[in-house]
Design a protein around this ligand. Structure first.
Ligand code: AHR
Length: 500
């Protein structure tokens, strides 16, 4: 049945948090080494970073970059990554059973992030380390000078402070796989005391407490409640991590991942409200979805993990280099729709990760860099979504799913900035195209649409590779009548309509 979407731009919703378009670079696999950094590559600059990769990162249009982990950070000594490169220690990275050369550290990465136009979001190690080391790193990075740590930064070539505002208090400390894994009370206390000291040193920072590693953790809910009871009033955000994958034979549930994320956000928001009320806290606590993506974890558990954890200690092994399909790209686009709609509670988000490791950008050593399918919905949303969110009224058919019950065949959200209206749409139906009419409260003249769907001659499993990239956005015909735009969404598609 045809879908009708109505937009009331006179009553806009929350401001679009531009930090929603963050990304994530971890010292893991080939994200840093043989990813963004490859001194031997033909396009490498003096510092060893690939210019072709930097170009794609800029094109992606992300706003924030979380660094340096992930699981890696829970065993990391930040001091190893500063000072003369020739004197930096080589270490075991027990999180990923790899060898860490420390040729990239805070200075190199911050300079690269600046070139890429990304705000740095730095994570501190609350696994093997604690309050003192977190405070030391903050003082090293942000204190202007005149103290041992800040002078050391200056001697290492950075006269001005890095001025890092966003800080993650550890990573996934609820997970038994995490180095220094803790109970909610242990982590909550440590996060609170780290936050207190960090705020004494630099009151301008924003802090993110680590929530659950995923919604299915047995401690989910109780973890958030306990951690927030310790940290509410000291932190600005709590994290949500959410990865989705297709279960063989059940693409409908996979395509409905947005419904799962929506419920997850709602549950965490409820716990935040409960603890704020209990503690009489008036400042808001945002949800930082600081790891999200499609990730074929079955493959990770069955192939990559046994290979790495029973092998030796390689430098930059190929880890979780998922080849993303058209289906995956449509899910990524729909997750962005969900987060934009929940911008009342979601304060930021980071697509995990940026290069090679479950990433929108892939590279080959000495070779090409290319855009995976998932690059496009992220890029097109990040480029257009600004101003305020407009939550539409959607009248659409339903698709039954095994995991999440009935979900809408079409989902959508819009943003408005001045005269520029952008509407993001996903069609989850796999079999037939569907007509969609969008009713605006303004003229629809000049409306244009782009669509990402199965390319001619391909199927929903089509991927882009080093040698061929058949998946890319294409323009989609629109029929404009006064204040209505009608278009036909192909089966399994993500689209963006802009009206200027
Ligand atoms: O992004 C890959 C890994 O997923 C991160 O290191 C960890 O935080 C999460 O489990």
């Amino acid at each position: 049945s045809p879908t009708r979407i109505s937009l009331d731009t006179a009553a806009p919703g929350p401001v679009v948090p531009r930090r929603l378009f963050g990304t994530f670079v971890e010292h893991m696999g080939r994200c840093v080494y043989d990813g963004i950094f490859e001194p031997g590559h033909a396009t490498a600059d003096e510092a060893g970073f690939r210019a072709d990769v930097l170009e794609l990162v800029r094109e992606l249009g992300a706003t924030v970059v979380r660094y340096p982990g992930g699981n890696f950070v829970s065993g990391y000594r930040w001091e190893d990554g500063v000072g003369p490169r020739g004197q930096r220690p080589v270490r075991l990275d027990a999180a990923w059973h790899s060898t860490e050369t420390n040729q990239v550290g805070l200075h190199e990465f911050a300079a690269w992030a600046e070139q890429a136009g990304l705000e740095l979001m730095e994570a501190v190690n609350l696994g093997t380390r604690g309050v003192a080391e977190a405070a030391d790193l903050l003082e090293y990075a942000n204190h202007p000078g005149g103290t041992a740590l800040s002078e050391r930064r200056r001697e290492n070539g950075r006269a001005e402070p890095f001025g890092i505002r966003l800080w993650c208090l550890g990573n996934e400390m609820d997970g038994p796989w995490q180095i220094g894994h803790k109970t909610a009370d242990e982590y909550g206390r440590l996060a609170a005391e780290s936050a207190r000291l960090m705020r004494f040193i630099d009151p301008d920072i924003e802090l993110v407490a680590a929530g659950s590693s995923n919604h299915e953790m047995p401690t989910f809910g109780e973890w958030e409640r306990t951690v927030l009871r310790h940290t509410a009033g000291l932190v600005d955000h709590i994290s949500v991590h959410a990865y989705y994958e297709e279960t063989p034979g059940d693409p409908a549930s996979f395509l409905a991942s947005g419904a799962a994320l929506d419920a997850y956000i709602g549950e965490v928001a409820g716990i935040i409200d409960e603890v704020r009320a209990e503690r009489g806290i008036t400042d808001p606590i945002g949800i930082s979805v600081d790891e999200w993506n499609v990730w074929n974890q079955t493959r990770w558990n069955e192939v990559d993990k046994p290979e790495v954890f029973t092998g030796d200690w390689p430098v930059a092994p190929r880890l979780i280099e998922d080849d993303y399909t058209v289906t995956d790209a449509v899910v990524v686009g729909s997750l962005l729709i969900t987060m934009l709609r929940r911008a009342d509670r979601v304060s930021m988000a980071n697509l995990a990760q940026l290069v090679n490791v479950i990433a929108p950008i892939r590279t080959e050593p000495g070779g090409a860099a290319w855009r995976q399918t998932t690059f496009f919905p992220f890029q097109l949303t990040a480029a257009a979504a600004s101003g305020h969110v407009v939550v539409p009224v959607i009248d659409t058919g339903v698709i039954p799913t095994a995991r999440y019950g009935d979900v809408g065949a079409v989902d959508a959200v819009a943003t408005i900035a001045g005269d520029e209206l952008s509407i993001f749409l996903v069609h989850r139906g796999l079999d037939a195209e569907t007509p969609v009419t969008i009713d605006l409260d303004r003229s629809a003249a000049g409306a244009e649409a782009l669509v990402l769907t199965v390319p001619a001659g391909g199927d929903r499993h089509t991927v882009n590779s080093a040698s061929s990239q058949p998946v890319a956005p294409a323009s989609l015909a629109v029929d404009i009548r006064d204040s209505a735009v009608t278009l036909t969404l192909p089966p399994l598609s993500w689209a963006r309509v802009t009206v200027r």
